[in-house]
Design a protein around this ligand. Structure first.
Ligand code: IYR
Length: 225
């Protein structure tokens, strides 16, 4: 028999709900991906709390198939930068089709990844594909969906704390497995520099889609508003 315990949900009046929803939207809507960092350090306790928040995400069969490797050691950050730039140079110069390069033009990205050394912390997110128990293995479920949800919470927590981040996707990224000595059941998922922005940082002038572009209602007309 499963063991169930009482759940005490948050409870607000409709006015309070709307106010909170709007405030949270305003908070999230100010988040921007930042590619230029200051080297100002971030306290370990703060990073730990942000990662704890990521770990509250729902996951397939509650397997919590995520690992967060936090790199602040300058020599390891340097190793990661060198390996990432090697792959990225090859990608930008030979592997990515012109259409992809055109799509990235507005973001101003290229193979140079200084931020991997300058940002005070790199959170390298791994998926845990299966768990090992002696000679037996137990698979995890919906691993990418689960870890994607955890990363969404992580980015929101980082932003809420007044820090900035970047979801960096070096490709291929198996070098992270080696440099960080991860076991075979873990796979690199995303590399997230965290810290403060460089002084007078600028971000690309790009827009979010309007609500009408991202939502479609299937409602009876009386229910709509
Ligand atoms: N992995 C490369 C290229 C890149 C790809 C996409 I899709 C982006 O939105 C941004 C960059 C890089 O990290 O530069």
């Amino acid at each position: 028999m499963p063991n169930f315990i009482p759940y005490h949900p948050l409870s607000f009046s409709p006015e309070e709900q709307l106010r909170r929803a709007q405030e949270f939207f305003d908070l999230c809507n100010r988040r921007r991906t930042v590619r230029e960092y200051s080297s100002k350090p971030v306290a370990r306790e703060l990073l730990e709390t942000l990662i704890r928040t990521a770990g509250t995400a729902p996951s397939g069969a509650n397997k919590q198939p995520w690992r967060f490797v936090v790199v602040t050691d300058p020599s390891i950050k340097r190793e990661i930068r060198i390996a990432a730039e090697k792959e990225e140079k090859e990608s930008y110069e030979h592997r990515m089709p012109q259409e992809w390069l055109d799509d990235l033009a507005a973001l101003g990205t290229d193979w140079h990844k200084e931020f991997l050394e300058i940002a005070p912390a790199l959170i390298v997110v791994f998926t845990i594909e299966y768990e090992k128990e002696g000679a037996k293995t137990h698979k995890n479920y919906y691993v990418k969906e689960s870890v994607g949800l955890a990363v969404g919470l992580l980015l929101t927590a980082i932003h809420n704390a007044g820090l900035v981040s970047l979801t960096h996707t070096p490709s291929p990224m198996n070098f992270l497995q080696k440099i960080l000595h991860r076991p075979v059941n873990e796979r690199p998922f995303l590399l997230i520099p965290v810290g403060y922005p460089a002084e007078d940082v600028k971000v690309p002038d790009i827009q979010r889609k309007r609500l009408e572009e991202i939502v479609e209602w299937k409602a009876v007309s009386t229910e709509q508003r």
